[in-house]
Design a binder for this molecule. Structure first.
Ligand code: ZN
Length: 283
């Protein structure tokens, strides 16, 4: 296997990314389900109220820059908290308007809501976002075409490679469920039977992911949610992992920077046409 040419000749790349979901996913999902529940709203509001700022403080202490994917609704509800992201030099990128998975929308509605989110994020960052991460990592072929038309340059939602690749006109910065905090930390009561993973255990598993990325030259794309990873003991465990990232020699930066690197230096890398992505026929 040809190794991927990471920037600066680094053995791997490590991205620190946050999906600043807050209460948006619960508002979207509960529309047809009796409306939102106070307990889950409050649990999730912890993210923009408190968790985000704590996590940004950690990044600052380590001199690391991150990418924050923020639903338009959250940017409008919490302009000060979201403003901290860009003020500290991190990337602000798209994540739906009310965290609607693209598969729940027809392309026209997806386009309208994406334009609305671009306005919300540009109003804070002072420039339009160049990146998109689909809510719940549910992506559609049509969404790629809409995003390209709106000037978005990369997506970070799919898992077809473990290094950047091309999907249609966009660069794909792949993700991995194993390095997402949600399957390990998300616990909202009602029907959740499995207790959340202990922070030190998850940080240990992710340190193994980092070592493996450096060995095999792959991308470590950490996906975290401030309402989950911003809790005290979890932030404490993440602090240790950030030290390991700094010491590993892996390249770090924003997803937009990595996408720009890929676009400018890896023209003959793997390419997937939008038509090849495949989707069940419209029913
Ligand atoms: Zn999300």
């Amino acid at each position: 296997v040809t190794p991927y040419p990471w920037p600066d000749g680094a053995p791997a790349a490590a991205l620190v990314t946050f999906d600043v979901d807050g209460e948006a996913p619960h508002l979207w999902r509960s529309r047809a389900d009796g409306g939102p529940r106070t307990a889950e709203l409050e649990q999730r509001r912890f993210g923009p109220r408190r968790g985000l700022s704590r996590l940004l403080g950690l990044l600052d202490a380590h001199g690391l820059r991150a990418t924050c994917y923020v639903p338009g609704y959250i940017a409008r509800q919490y302009p000060d908290a979201v403003g901290e992201i860009t003020a500290a030099g991190h990337e602000l990128a798209l994540h739906g308007d009310l965290h609607e998975p693209p598969g729940d929308l027809d392309p026209r509605r997806f386009r309208e809501l994406t334009l609305r989110s671009i306005d919300a994020l540009a109003g804070i960052a002072g420039e339009p976002p160049v990146g998109f991460r689909s809510p719940s990592w549910d992506m559609t072929p049509a969404a790629f075409d809409v995003l390209a038309e709106l000037g978005v340059r990369y997506d970070s939602s799919l898992m077809g490679y473990d290094h950047p690749y091309r999907v249609g006109d966009l660069v794909e910065i792949p993700v991995d469920w194993a390095t997402d905090d949600a399957p390990f930390y998300r616990y909202v009561g009602r029907g959740d039977t499995r207790p959340p993973t202990a922070p030190a255990q998850l940080a240990g598993a992710w340190a193994d992911e980092l070592a493996a990325a450096c060995r095999f030259g792959s991308l470590l794309n950490l996906t975290m949610h401030p309402w989950l990873s911003g809790r005290a003991a979890r932030a404490h465990a993440l602090d240790t992992l950030l030290t390991a990232i700094r010491d590993s020699g892996a390249w770090t930066g924003t997803a937009a920077e990595l996408a720009a690197w890929h676009a400018s230096t890896c023209a003959d890398g793997p390419r997937v046409a939008v038509a090849e992505l495949g989707e069940a026929a419209d029913g």
